[in-house]
Design a protein around this ligand. Structure first.
Ligand SMILES: Cc1cc2nc3c(=O)[nH]c(=O)nc-3n(C[C@H](O)[C@H](O)[C@H](O)COP(=O)(O)O)c2cc1C
Length: 223
């Protein structure tokens, strides 16, 4: 397929189905008090529905020039502190978040017609939890994390040297922890649950942190 001036790409895109359903009905009046519980309920539906990689999400950040950036990550946990992911902090996303923790997460489960959007600040979890996450990773993943310089050009020969050095280090000390490996939690300030409908009468529920920070205000919005 090539870009062309005859509208073929446009026609092809318009012929692709989107949000065709049928999708499950939604009753936001029965939703739980916290966005974490609402998310876990929907994640359970996604897993039960056989959705591939339901824990894959887009993390959006802002760079030092105020420009948006985004990439896919894997969700590692959800608790009262927020939505967790793990990464090499010495990476573009890590540097962006340390300078400006404002971030957003987006999940999309196509077969259910559901989208979840989380907005909040990303904060690193205590070192002990980061170390535990690193040590739970397969050894091959630890070696690569140690050797890689995320998102920086690396000559294949240099990468081979770095992999060799990292492997030697782990051979000597299998419990070595990469201090740059961080688990971060996006602490939600707002969370939106969006249910698509084949008749386009989409619905969404927004949780906003209450002013005193003690609870959540729920609002059903126009889709
Ligand atoms: C499905 C999927 C899951 C991913 N999971 C992670 C992850 O959990 N942690 C991570 O650091 N990168 C993960 N990546 C790679 C990131 O998308 C990204 O390419 C990398 O972290 C560099 O991002 P940055 O240059 O914005 O820092 C994943 C990519 C895909 C496609």
């Amino acid at each position: 397929m090539t870009p062309d001036a005859n509208g073929h790409v446009r026609d092809m895109l318009r012929s692709l189905p989107s949000l065709k359903g049928p999708f499950p009905p939604v009753d936001f009046s029965t939703f739980p008090d916290t966005p974490q519980q609402a998310f876990l309920d929907w994640l359970g539906d996604a897993i039960a529905g056989g959705i591939k990689e339901p824990h894959a999400m887009t993390l959006s950040t802002v760079d030092a020039d105020g420009r948006a950036d985004a990439r896919m990550l894997i969700l590692k946990n959800v608790d009262e502190r927020g939505w967790h992911f793990a990464t090499h902090i010495d990476s573009p996303k890590g540097r962006q978040l340390l300078a400006n923790p404002e971030s957003a997460l987006t999940f999309y489960w196509a077969q259910l017609g559901r989208q979840v959007r989380i907005r909040g600040r990303a904060v690193p979890l205590p070192d002990r939890e980061c170390a535990a996450d690193f040590l739970e990773r397969p050894m091959s993943a630890r070696v690569i994390a140690m050797a890689s310089m995320q998102s920086q050009p690396l000559h294949p020969a240099e990468l081979a040297d770095r992999l060799h050095d990292a492997q030697s280090l782990f051979d000597k000390n299998p419990h070595h922890v990469l201090s740059a490996w961080k688990v971060m939690a996006v602490a939600p300030r707002s969370a939106e649950f969006w249910q698509g409908a084949s008749d386009r009468n989409h619905k969404r529920l927004c949780y906003s942190a209450s002013d005193d920070g003690a609870g959540w205000v729920k609002a059903v919005l126009c889709a």
